[in-house]
Design a protein around this ligand. Structure first.
Ligand code: FE2
Length: 219
């Protein structure tokens, strides 16, 4: 028995630099501390796995489904940040009385899938496959591991709440305004990716029985 959630290698500046390089939307976060902590969260999470950088993570919602035909996890993460911002802008532009904390929204969108390195790590998956009755399968989903990482690096509860609540765990709690927006942006992103034909056909069943994917020409 041991704790498999710790660092496998030290968090170095080159890991942090790669996070910023792969995820330029982090610069949209206005508060410098919050920005630094989101970089630290992704760097820490990567170093708890064998993935070297965000663009090494496969482009999947959950391991195995849904799966993008091409790209990396960074394409999804970046798209969710941009979509969440557009959703927020739509509401505040039309209804100035709508109150949204933009930095919490941005940091939460950046970190919503920060637990994926743990859940997608091949060694963890092999261990869970070998004896799921002992480990659970997975031991923690990315939403739960993501909340752990956010709190570990000192991110506010409001951001950790988004990592937890953006996914199915959110069904069992009341979610914040910013969490609701990220949750909708995240789910919307996968549904639309399916509808416009960006997902592998065999991986779309998990999304919705309503989905009919458009045929796309592969470049
Ligand atoms: Fe996501």
């Amino acid at each position: 028995m041991r704790n498999y959630c710790g660092l496998r290698r030290p968090v170095t500046q080159s890991v942090r630099d790669a996070v910023q390089e792969d995820f330029p939307e982090i610069t949209l976060i206005g508060d410098a501390d919050l920005r630094r902590q989101t970089i630290e969260a992704w760097s820490h999470s990567l170093c708890c796995s064998n993935f070297m950088r965000i663009t090494d993570l496969p482009p999947e919602g959950n391991p195995g489904a849904p799966v993008l035909r091409r790209g990396t996890q960074a394409d999804h993460l970046r798209g969710v940040v941009r979509l969440a911002v557009r959703m927020a802008d739509e509401m505040t532009n039309s209804y100035p009385e709508a109150r949204i904390d933009r930095d919490i929204l941005l940091a939460g969108a950046v970190c919503h899938d920060v637990g994926k390195p743990f859940e997608f790590d091949p060694a963890n998956r092999e261990r869970w496959r070998a004896d799921a009755s002992a480990t659970g399968q997975p031991t923690f989903r990315h939403s739960v591991f993501g909340m752990h990482v956010c709190l570990l690096v000192g991110l506010p509860d409001e951001v950790a709440h988004i990592a937890l609540g953006h996914s199915m765990e959110g069904q069992f709690i009341g979610v914040s305004t910013e969490c609701m927006i990220v949750r909708q942006a995240d789910h919307c992103w996968w549904f639309l990716a399916g509808a416009v034909g960006l997902l592998t056909p065999e991986s779309t069943a998990v999304l919705s029985p309503m989905l009919r994917a458009r045929a796309t020409q592969m470049r």
